[in-house]
Design a protein around this ligand. Sequence first.
Ligand code: GLA
Length: 496
Amino acid sequence: MSMRSLCGISILLAGACSAADLTGNWVVAQPNADGTSRNTYFNLKQEGDRITGHIRVTQFYYTIQGSTGNAEGFTLQAISKDNRKVTYQGKLTGEELQIGARPRPDAAVTTMLAHRAPAGEGAYPERLPLPALHKVPDNGLAKTPPMGWNSWNKFRGRVDDAGVRGMADAMASNGMKDAGYLYINIDDTWEGARDAQGNIQSNKKFPDMKALADYVHSKGLKLGIYSSPGPNTCAGYEGTMGHEAQDAKTWAAWGIDYLKYDWCGARNLYTNEEMQAVYQKMGDALRATGRPIVFSLCQYGNNDVWKWGADVGGNLWRTTGDIRDQWASMTNIGFKQNELAEYARPGHWNDPDMLEIGNGGMTVTEYQTHMSLWSQLAAPLLAGNDLREMTPAIKAILLNREAIAVDQDKEGKQGHRAWSAGDQEIWVRDLAGGGKAVALFNRGGDAAKVAAKWSDLRMSAPSRGRDVWAHTDVTFQGPEVSATVPSHGVVMWVVR
Ligand code: GLA
C-alpha cells in the first residue's frame, strides 16, 4: 500500500506523511512545434501552511516570497532577481498539481498540469566564474552601420529555413543587396538541444544550418544568428552558458557571419555590473574562431553599454528595450538617442533596435520618419518586415539610396538634435567632406511649418541642397531654415 492511500485512511498518520504535501520538484512541459519544449519547474517545500522554494519558467527564475493555503488550495507569490513578480494558484489533485497563472495582470488565468519530476531536474545552473576584464582587439568589421534583415519583428517564433531562403532570394533580387543590405539574420527560436558532446544543434525548423549558410552565401549575402549568454534565450530556447567557445566554433563551422547576443537568461545569475565580463567571454570566443563575425550586443542599453561595448569586441549595442510597430514606441526610442551621439564611430554603433518599416502598424509618412531618424542616428538598418511582399511605397523607403547614404556616411558621426520647439525637432548630422544631413521632424498631430535660423543650428546658411525624400535639388535663401512638414512626417535635406 502506498503512502498516499495510507494517508487517505489514517487520520493518525496524516500529520506525519507526505500525502497532501506539495514538497518536491514538479514540471509542466509545453511542447513547441519545432521539437523543443518549454518547461516550467516548481521546486516546492511545504511546511504546514508555508510554501517556499523556486519557480523556473524556462528563462525566468523566481524565488517564492509568500504563500497562503496548502495542497488543497494555495497561492504563491514569487519574485525574480530583476524584480519581476508572478503569482500562481493551484491545488493538488491525485498525482497532479493543477496550477493557474496570469501571464499579465489583464490576461485570463491559464491552467497547467504539473507532474512530479526527479529531484534536481531543471535546477537553475550556478553562476560561472567571470574573466578579468581586458580589451578584446577590434575585429575590423562594420565600418559603417550593418544593413540587412532580421526575423524577429515580423516572424517571432515562425522563422524557418524556407522563410530565410525566401528573404535571401528577395534581398538579392529586389534591389536591396545593390543598395547595401547584406546580412540575413536569424533571431531567436532556431535553437535545438545539445548533442552528447554538448554541441548546439538547430531545431526541426532548420534542418541544416551549414547548407542554409551556403545558400545565403551563394546569393552574395551573409548569415547571422542569435543566442544568449544565459542558460536560455528570451524565448526560452537553449543559450550558450558554459558552452561559449564551443558554440562560437560551431557557428563559425556553419559559416555564420553575425551574432546577436541577448542578455535574457543571464539576468538571473549576474548583475548588470558583471555584463561586461560576460560579453567579453563571447567577444574572445568569436575572435578565437578566426572567422570574421559581427558581434551585436543586446542588453537593452543597461550599465552604459556604449562606454564598454567596443572593449568586449562589440560592433553594435542595443541602447533600448524592444521596439514595437507603433509611432509612440518608434519615436520614444529614436528621439531619445541624442546623448549617445559621441559613442558612435566606425566599427562601433549605437543600436536603437531593428526597423519596423512595412509591418503595418505605422503610416507611410511615419515609416519615412523612422528611416530618416535611424539614418540621422547612424543606426544599423535591419529591415524587420517580410521582404517577399512589399508595397511600392515601403520599397521606396527601404531602398531610398539618399537616406541610406546618410546612414552609411563613412565618417560615422551620429546626428544630434540641433533645435527643438514643442513637437518640432531639427536634427543635424555631419557628413564626410563637410556636408550635413538636416532633418526637420514634426511630431505633432497637424501639418506645421517648422522654422528656425540656420545659425540656431550652428550652421552657416547653405545655398543648395538635395531633398532626400522628394529626390529633388533645392536652393535656400536667407537666414531661415523652414519647411511645411506633414503630421508625424519629416523633410530631410543633404546640404553641402
Ligand atoms: C529580446 C530582444 C529582441 C528579440 C527577442 C527574442 O526581447 O530584445 O530583439 O531578439 O529577445 O526572443
